[in-house]
Design a protein around this ligand. Structure first.
Ligand code: WTA
Length: 648
């Protein structure tokens, strides 16, 4: 079935076919006007589709820095993900399909009834261990069913999960456990990555010293021998054995804290982004349904790790609240060969595939023969997230993966927004390479200049959100209300949420995202601050000063490049470069490795001694360096041009 057709007048524009419009939840573009005229009413209608234990008293409260949604309503995200479907007679429907990395291992497939039972057993065990509503629980798990089960078990009893990406280092985990004050950690012995066993428990053990963690629940995944601390560590299967397979879901207030997820800001210290239960549930549910046009027979495959917001919203909660099957793949896309993702799509008849532009560019590089080996005809909708997509990757995805049949839904959003905010809807379109689309109905966004005034159509500026802010927008940064105000409302005040993204808009209202305007990088779709990489490198004993900037990369979108000043007496060497990479691995994780390290005697600085990263950025990108008259040491720019091989 063909779901899209080309625009007869505009090259590379596509529109939904009649078949897609008929199947789509939404195909009348007037939805933008009606929702825009009364966004609060629009969101109340979306909320009505979920089960509330008690209806909210006030749909929206618009207070500066303290916007609220569904106040006084009682809801539970896990109830809406699981019980709701079981009670509707869908208990035997598949909820979760787990694909382990080793190809000889069988899939684990859980129906909604089975998933509810698993989640309940763990939830009951957590309660027995003394975990109560509001307590923070760390989750440091690979891509196994227990990751979803653990998150669901927490929100079921009102515990606040903070999931930490399993490829993050022990130190990153410790920072997050300390900041959130987590009392319990759920982890695993290890997992498989490109055929090798990765020892996760070892990392977890190193992270725990000095934290408030009293108990550690350990999932047995690989079965390799690991040390267990008898006073602290509990094996998951033994813990949940004997627990009842039903645990009532805690009625949560619409504004109760659902979870914290740490993300990179412009400083070296990640921020704990807080999400409120009701607003998050409603927007994640509604956007998953409309963006991907989810119907009950769908098989949804989101490739994001549970450690990122995309894994939270569109691998776990979004698909499950919509009652579809969600695919969880443990491993690497190139294992055992470059065809693995396409093989998974064929095997499980995946209908919706949601991935990052970086992954698509990797597949382009690996060659067309891999997807061509597999039957991808089950696919209906393709999605992208995390970074701007270039035209070449978009067209490849559209032609080779979607067979020119499927719309590409390029979704713009952030950890802070919790759910997608800008995208084209399948039944409405248009689908245009490099253009995300319009703000979701009921969401108000515009492009402004540095003074907060709207720019002319087509001109570049800053993307901001206007009140009523989207229901899932973060309610704050954990433990730091002042930083919350300063970070998102410092520039334009409490009536404009600053996304930190540059963008432009066309006459139709379609938005093209041009990228971050702060010191945050998108490295292979992973969000990372240049300051975090600097902090990590600075911890090497031979480093005296360091500056990190990003450089565009054909595959990863952006990569960090480091300028390192060594302490007196230290000599630059290839060995030292390797050591520095190890330092980054230790403090953050391999995702943050610099693509290049330049040793230098000096970096450009202002008279007050601040490193001028703008100049370094221009140097590594081969762009004009601009005005350097305000530098204290302008002569260093010429030296650095030689170091980086810059051509005037
Ligand atoms: C970028 C990921 C262009 C953007 C969900 C944003 C995008 C940051 C897109 C948030 C997109 C996300 N097109 N850029 N479709 N989606 N971004 O918090 O710079 O990991 O601010 O959330 O990713 O990254 P985060």
């Amino acid at each position: 079935m063909k779901w899209v057709q080309p625009d007869p007048k505009r090259e590379n524009w596509y529109w939904p076919t009649e078949a897609l419009k008929e199947r789509a939840w939404i195909s009348d573009p007037h939805i933008y006007e009606t929702a825009g005229a009364d966004p609060v009413h629009f969101w109340a209608q979306r909320a009505e589709e979920l089960v509330w234990f008690q209806k909210w008293k006030e749909t929206h409260v618009d207070e500066p820095y303290a916007y609220k949604w569904f106040v006084g309503g009682k809801i539970n995200i896990s109830y809406n993900s699981l019980d709701r479907h079981v009670e509707a007679g869908q208990g035997d429907k598949v909820a979760l399909i787990w694909e382990p990395e080793p190809t000889q291992e069988p899939n684990r497939i859980l129906t909604y009834r089975e998933l509810l039972a698993e989640v309940s057993r763990l939830a009951n065990a957590l309660k027995r261990l003394g975990i109560k509503k509001g307590d923070r629980v760390g989750i440091y798990l690979p891509m196994i069913p227990e990751a979803v089960i653990a998150m669901q078990a927490c929100v079921r009893i009102g515990a606040v999960h903070t999931v930490v990406f399993s490829a993050f280092s022990a130190e990153s985990l410790r920072d997050r456990l300390l900041d959130s004050g987590a009392r319990l950690l759920i982890t695993a012995d290890g997992y498989y990555r490109r055929g090798k066993v990765i020892d996760l428990k070892l990392q977890a053990d190193q992270a725990l010293a000095g934290t408030k963690v009293e108990k550690v629940i350990v999932v047995r995944r690989t079965g390799h021998p690991i040390p267990m601390n008898p006073n602290r560590d509990l094996w998951y299967p033994e813990l949940v054995q004997g627990e009842k397979d039903f645990c009532p879901a805690e009625p949560m207030d619409g504004e109760d804290l659902a979870f914290i997820l740490y993300t990179s800001g412009t400083t070296g210290k990640p921020k704990g982004v807080m999400h409120a239960t009701g607003g998050y549930a409603v927007q994640v549910y509604a956007t998953a349904k409309w963006d991907f046009n989810l119907h009950e027979d769908d098989v949804h495959f989101c490739t994001a790790d549970v450690g990122w917001i995309t894994g939270h919203s569109y691998l776990n909660y979004g698909p499950l609240m919509n009652g579809v099957a969600t695919v969880v793949y443990e491993g690497s896309p190139d294992y055992p060969d470059f065809g693995r993702m396409w093989q998974i799509i064929e095997k499980h008849k995946v209908t919706v595939y949601y991935t990052a532009p970086t992954a698509i560019r990797m597949h382009v590089k690996w060659g067309d023969e891999w997807p061509k080996k597999y039957d991808l005809s089950s696919l209906r909708v393709l999605g992208t997230v995390g970074e701007p997509i270039n035209e070449e990757a978009w067209l490849w995805y559209f032609k080779l993966i979607g067979g020119e049949r499927c719309p590409i839904i390029d979704t713009w959003w952030q950890t802070e927004t919790g759910a997608t905010c800008v995208q084209a809807l399948p039944g409405i379109g248009p689908f245009i390479p490099t253009v995300a689309g319009r703000p979701f109905p009921g969401i108000k966004a515009k492009i402004v200049d540095a003074g907060g005034q709207p720019v002319k159509l087509g001109e570049g500026g800053y993307l901001v959100l206007e009140p009523p802010f989207p229901p899932a927008l973060t309610r704050g940064l954990y433990g730091d209300p002042e930083k919350f105000k300063a970070t998102y409302f410092g520039e334009f005040g409490p009536k404009l949420y600053f996304t930190k993204d540059g963008a432009r808009m066309d006459e139709m209202g379609n938005i093209r995202i041009t990228g971050r305007v702060d010191d945050v990088m998108n490295v292979a779709g992973h969000r990372l601050a240049t300051a975090e990489v600097e902090d990590a490198l600075a911890q090497h004993p031979l480093v005296s000063e360091v500056a990190v900037v990003s450089r565009p990369d054909d595959i990863k979108g952006e990569v960090p490049v480091a300028f390192v000043l060594l302490k007196a007496g230290a000599q630059p060497s290839e060995e030292l470069k390797k050591e520095l990479i190890k330092t980054v691995d230790k403090h953050i994780g391999p995702t943050a490795r610099p693509a290049e390290i330049f040793f230098t005697e000096d970096v450009p600085k202002t008279r007050s001694g601040k490193i001028m990263r703008r100049v370094l950025k221009a140097l590594v990108r081969g762009e004009p360096v601009g005005d350097i008259t305000t530098l204290r040491n302008p002569e260093v720019v010429e030296l650095l041009k030689q170091v980086v091989g810059y051509k005037d």
